[in-house]
Design a binder for this molecule. Structure first.
Ligand SMILES: NC(=O)c1ccc[n+]([C@@H]2O[C@H](COP(=O)([O-])OP(=O)(O)OC[C@H]3O[C@@H](n4cnc5c(N)ncnc54)[C@H](O)[C@@H]3O)[C@@H](O)[C@H]2O)c1
Length: 261
């Protein structure tokens, strides 16, 4: 099928969480979507559960492998004939003290979270430049503010935030905009893995909106950055975080003393 009427998006890490919600958001708007994930079983289940599976393409690949990135984009092009949006969402988290972070863990986190988007962009941009398009990199609030236990994760995401600007500057001449979305805490399998009960309570204290985000709220922001209402925006990092990045000290006290929240 070489459908030139529908726009086409490629979402990585799309078998669950923010990536899956984002794929569904594009499908809801009538786009064709390639869903890429290295967990082939979960990906197959996810695609079966979509509202419009006939408009979706399963891509069981690993973003950290150059050949996989090329193969995924080639499969998209063969099936849909074009590529208008790339969402570099696949990511992995590891929380641990810097002195107890093994080199293999550091390398694995950087390979997936930073090198992955680099490889996917290199594979996708030659196809996207034919019509122009948009790339959205999913960083994290951990790219904007340092925290304990996130030496590899936070650094990988800060690198991705800078890669976003670098790519925005270089790919503008191809008509490709590049932005990032920095989620605050979102209720997904990843958050369940690394957020203890105590961390969850700390987050509630530190977030003005006083709750975790929903994958669908992230999907809306990502979709907007790929759509027709953000055509003069490139090189930006949009925090979708309930106000976490904006707040300094004293939020819990303010709530207690003034009933503010
Ligand atoms: N959940 C949060 O609180 C939160 C906060 C800030 C940033 N983020 C970022 O948002 C993105 C999505 O997070 P999520 O919470 O939905 O995570 P998740 O763990 O629920 O889903 C991530 C998906 O990526 C896939 N994946 C992992 N490594 C891959 C690889 N090498 N190649 C292809 N696919 C791979 C996984 O199989 C999984 O399906 C990540 O980049 C994450 O760092 C999440």
């Amino acid at each position: 099928m070489a459908d030139t009427d529908n726009k086409v998006a490629l979402v990585t890490g799309a078998a669950r969480g923010i990536g899956l919600a984002t794929a569904q958001r594009f499908l809801d708007a009538g786009w064709l979507v390639g869903l890429l994930d290295n967990d082939a079983g979960a990906l197959a289940d996810a695609v079966r559960g979509l509202d419009a599976p006939m408009h979706a393409l399963e891509l069981p690949f690993d973003v950290s492998k150059p050949d996989d990135a090329e193969a995924a984009v080639a499969a998209i092009r063969k099936k849909f004939g074009r590529l208008d949006a790339l969402v570099n969402n696949a990511g992995i988290a590891h929380f641990g003290p810097v002195l107890e972070t093994p080199l293999e863990v550091w390398r694995e986190i950087l390979d997936v979270n930073l090198t992955g988007p680099f490889l996917m962009t290199k594979a996708a941009a030659p196809v996207m430049r034919e019509r122009g398009g948009a790339i959205v990199n999913i960083t994290s609030i951990s790219s904007l503010r340092a925290s304990t236990l996130r030496v590899a994760y936070g650094t990988s995401k800060a690198g991705l935030a800078h890669l976003t600007k670098q790519l925005a500057v270089e790919l503008a001449s191809y008509g490709i905009r590049v932005n990032a979305v920095a989620p605050g805490p979102v209720d997904t399998a990843m958050a369940l893995k690394v957020h203890t009960k105590e961390i969850r309570a700390d987050y509630h204290d530190a977030i003005p909106l006083n709750r975790y985000g929903l994958p669908e709220e992230l999907a809306d922001a990502i979709f907007w950055l790929c759509g027709p209402h953000s055509t003069y925006i490139t090189g930006q990092v949009l925090a979708v975080d309930g106000g976490f990045d904006a707040a300094g000290i004293g939020l819990a006290t303010l709530r207690r003393d003034f009933g503010n929240g």
